[in-house]
Design a protein around this ligand. Structure first.
Ligand SMILES: NC(=O)c1ccc[n+]([C@@H]2O[C@H](COP(=O)([O-])OP(=O)(O)OC[C@H]3O[C@@H](n4cnc5c(N)ncnc54)[C@H](OP(=O)(O)O)[C@@H]3O)[C@@H](O)[C@H]2O)c1
Length: 393
C-alpha cells in the first residue's frame, strides 16, 4: 500500500483555503491524506474545526496573541497548536508532497518560499509571492525540484491551454477579467465609492481584499505580472480582455492563429482541484456548463484610463527587478487606507504610482534573484512611503 499523500494548507481558513479543505474532505479526508499543517490568522474556531476534521499534525495561527485560544479550541484532539511567524515557517519546513499557498498578501511570501524548499507540488494561490519575488521563488522551486502549479483561475486556465504546446508556439496570453462591480461606472462616480460597494464582486465569492482588488483591477494587474513570470511571456504578450460573464477563464493565441480557451463555472474548486489532482483529473463537485443556457458571452477592451492599475502593471513588467515588490506593498498599503476610509477609491492607484516613481528606479536595478531580506526591506520601505503619503494628504 502506498503512503498517504502529505498535504499542508497555508491560509486554510480563507476562501481558497476552505475550498481546498472541502475538496480534501470530499476526496476521503484523513483516511486518504496525511494532513501535516493547517494555518490561519484570526479565525480560530474554523482553524480548530478544520484541524479536527482532517486530523492535522499542527495548526498554526499567525497571531501570537491567539495561541491560548487555539490551544483551548483544540483541547482533546491530537493536533498541536502553535502561533506566530516562526511557527508558520516551522510548519512550512515540515516535509510534504503537496502544499496550498493561500495566505492573502505579502504575508504569504516567507512561508511560501520555505514550503517551496520541500519538493513536491506548491499550489500557488498567493500571487503576491510571485509578484514580489518571482525569480527568487522560481529559483528555489527549480533547485529543490518543486512543481509550481497556478491556482488563480486565469493562470490555471492558461496552464491547461498550454498543455502540449511548445513555449515558442505561444503568441499571446489573453487574460480575461470580469471588469468587477465598476465595469460601467464613470471615473467621476468611482471617486466616491465606499469599501462596502467595492467588496461586492458580481461573479466570484472571494476574500475581502481580493474582492476590492478586483474592483480597482489591481487584482488583474497582479495577474498580468503573474502571467508574465509564470509563462515567461514578454509584457506585450499579455493581453487583458473584459468578459463580464467569467465563463472563459483565459485563452492563449498560438503562432498558427489558433486560440485555445478554458471554460467553466465561476467556482474556485475547479482550479484548486486541478492542482490537487494534477497530472490526472478527478471528478469535482462543480456545476456543469450547459451551453444552451448561456444566452451570450460578451467581450470588451480594457480601459486603462478608468483602471490605471493595468497601465501600472505594464510599467512594472517592463521595469523588472523588484518593481513588483514595490507595486504590491504600495497596493496593500493603499488598500488598508481605503478600508480605513483614509483615502478614496481612486487615490489607491495614485499612491501606487507615486511609490513606483519614488522607489521603482532602485527596485528595477536588481538583476539577480534577490534574497528574502532584500525583498522584505523594500516592502517595508514602500509601506513607510505609503503611510507618509496617506498622512500628508
Ligand atoms: N478567493 C479567491 O477566489 C481567489 C482566487 C484566486 C487567487 N486568490 C488568491 O489567494 C490568496 C488568498 O485569497 P482568499 O480570497 O482566500 O483570502 P482570504 O479569504 O482573505 O483568506 C486569507 C487567509 O490568510 C490568512 N491570513 C490573513 N492575514 C494573515 C497574516 N498576516 N499571516 C498569515 N495568515 C494570514 C487568513 O486567516 P483568517 O481568515 O483566519 O484571519 C486566511 O486563512 C490571495 O493571494 C488571493 O489573491 C484568491
Amino acid at each position: 500500500m502506498s503512503a498517504a499523500r502529505r498535504v499542508s494548507i497555508f491560509g486554510a481558513t480563507g476562501s481558497v483555503g476552505a475550498n481546498t479543505v472541502d475538496l480534501l474532505q470530499r476526496q476521503g479526508g484523513a483516511e486518504v491524506y496525511d494532513v501535516v499543517a493547517l494555518t490561519g490568522a484570526g479565525n480560530i474556531a474554523l482553524l480548530a474545526e478544520q484541524s479536527r476534521a482532517l486530523d492535522a499534525d499542527i495548526a498554526v495561527t499567525s497571531d501570537p496573541t491567539l495561541l491560548t485560544a487555539l490551544r483551548e479550541a483544540l483541547a482533546g484532539c491530537r493536533t498541536q497548536a502553535a502561533a506566530g511567524p516562526d511557527a508558520l515557517l516551522e510548519a512550512a519546513s515540515r516535509p510534504t508532497d503537496w502544499v496550498m499557498s493561500a495566505i492573502v498578501g505579502a504575508a504569504g511570501l516567507a512561508p511560501g518560499l520555505k514550503a517551496a524548499e520541500q519538493g513536491g507540488v506548491l499550489a500557488l494561490a498567493n500571487k503576491e509571492s510571485l509578484v514580489c519575488a518571482g525569480t527568487l521563488l522560481q529559483t528555489i522551486c527549480t533547485s529543490h525540484g518543486t512543481r509550481l502549479l497556478p491556482v488563480d483561475s486565469e493562470h490555471s486556465a492558461i496552464f491547461q491551454c498550454l498543455a502540449g504546446a511548445d513555449r515558442a508556439e505561444l503568441e499571446t496570453i489573453v487574460l480575461t477579467a470580469s471588469g468587477g462591480p465598476f465595469r460601467t461606472t464613470s471615473r467621476d462616480e468611482m471617486a466616491t465609492v465606499t469599501p462596502a460597494q467595492a467588496k461586492a464582486h458580481p461573479n466570484w465569492t472571494m476574500g475581502e481584499r481580493i474582492s476590492i482588488d478586483s474592483a480597482t483591477m489591481f487584482n488583474k494587474a497582479l495577474e498580468m505580472i503573474e502571467a508574465h513570470l509564470l509563462f515567461d511571456a514578454e509584457p506585450d504578450q499579455v493581453e487583458v480582455l473584459i468578459h463580464p460573464q467569467s465563463i472563459i477563464h483565459s485563452m492563449v493565441r498560438l503562432t498558427d492563429g489558433a486560440i485555445i480557451a478554458q471554460l467553466g463555472p465561476a467556482d474556485m474548486r475547479g482550479p484548486i482541484g486541478y492542482a490537487l489532482n494534477y497530472p490526472r483529473r478527478s471528478p469535482l463537485p462543480v456545476e456543469r456548463l450547459n451551453f444552451a443556457d448561456l444566452t451570450k458571452l460578451t467581450f470588451e477592451a480594457e480601459d486603462p484610463v478608468r483602471f490605471p492599475a493595468l497601465r501600472l502593471a505594464r510599467e512594472v513588467m517592463a521595469a523588472g527587478g523588484l518593481s513588483g515588490a514595490v507595486f504590491n506593498a504600495a497596493k496593500e498599503t493603499a488598500l488598508d487606507a481605503f478600508l480605513a476610509e483614509q483615502i478614496g477609491f481612486l487615490d489607491m492607484a495614485d499612491l501606487v504610482s507615486a511609490a513606483l516613481d519614488a522607489l521603482g528606479p532602485e527596485a528595477s536595478s536588481v538583476a539577480d534573484p534577490p534574497d528574502l531580506p532584500w525583498v522584505l526591506d523594500l516592502d517595508a520601505r514602500t509601506r513607510a512611503f505609503g503611510s507618509t503619503w496617506v498622512n500628508t494628504r
